[in-house]
Design a protein around this ligand. Sequence first.
Ligand SMILES: Nc1nc2c(c(=O)[nH]1)N[C@@H](CN(C=O)c1ccc(C(=O)N[C@@H](CCC(=O)O)C(=O)O)cc1)CN2
Ligand SMILES: NCC(=O)N[C@@H]1O[C@H](COP(=O)([O-])[O-])[C@@H](O)[C@H]1O
Length: 209
Amino acid sequence: MSKAGRLVVLVSGSGTNLQALLDASADPSYGARVVAVGADRAGIEGLSRATRADIPTFVEKLGDYATRADWDTAIAARIAAYEPDLVVSAGFMKILGTPTLDAFPLLNTHPALLPSFPGAHGVRDALAHGVKVTGCTVILADQGVDSGPIVAQQAVPVLAGDDEKVLHERIKTVERRLLVETVGRMVREGWTVSGRSVRIGNDTRGEST
Ligand SMILES: Nc1nc2c(c(=O)[nH]1)N[C@@H](CN(C=O)c1ccc(C(=O)N[C@@H](CCC(=O)O)C(=O)O)cc1)CN2
Ligand SMILES: NCC(=O)N[C@@H]1O[C@H](COP(=O)([O-])[O-])[C@@H](O)[C@H]1O
């Protein structure tokens, strides 16, 4: 078994996607392990989950810096200290700038079927629009907001009477499985990006001809 891929996971909230990655990485055959968890705010359950798992954590608050560029430089340096093979944004609620993007591949999970409903409120916006089907998307982040190439997606039905919390929980059940599967395959098999097309290993499923 080759050396496990090093993951830095970024969170801003409850960290259930992080927990799914922690649980998966307990199996050496998964091929990846979380080496650090970073956040833009303190006192969140995502950081507590890391601490319970004896994973190092760091917090970089935007408000602690004179400029957004200073924060971007600082968080990139904190991430770099752990020498990740892949950075995973799992509910991280800040747009990361070029200091991070130029240094590491950044995977982001989003609770909607991109390019629909990007941004900080994907579940709320999909519900408000009246869609019957939504879902979750894993992208390789670029400088835009949820505009990077799509790695994986899965649809989730919207049911009568759904509110944002109920729908988001239904999405997260699917999302956690999709993120764990996608991260594991990318770390074990590698990936290539051609334009907006992302291929994991030699997989040609879902590739447009
Ligand atoms: N360079 C990128 N960084 C990040 C991306 C991305 O696509 N490119 N995705 C986000 C996660 N995300 C959606 O999946 C997302 C999170 C937050 C926002 C947003 O508008 N954030 C505001 C602040 C909101 C807050 O502090 O509560 C901001 O950054 O100013 C949009 C999309 C992770 N990073
Ligand atoms: N636009 C970013 C965004 O909305 N991200 C979403 O935040 C949730 C975090 O849940 P978790 O903290 O329980 O993993 C996840 O559903 C993730 O897709």
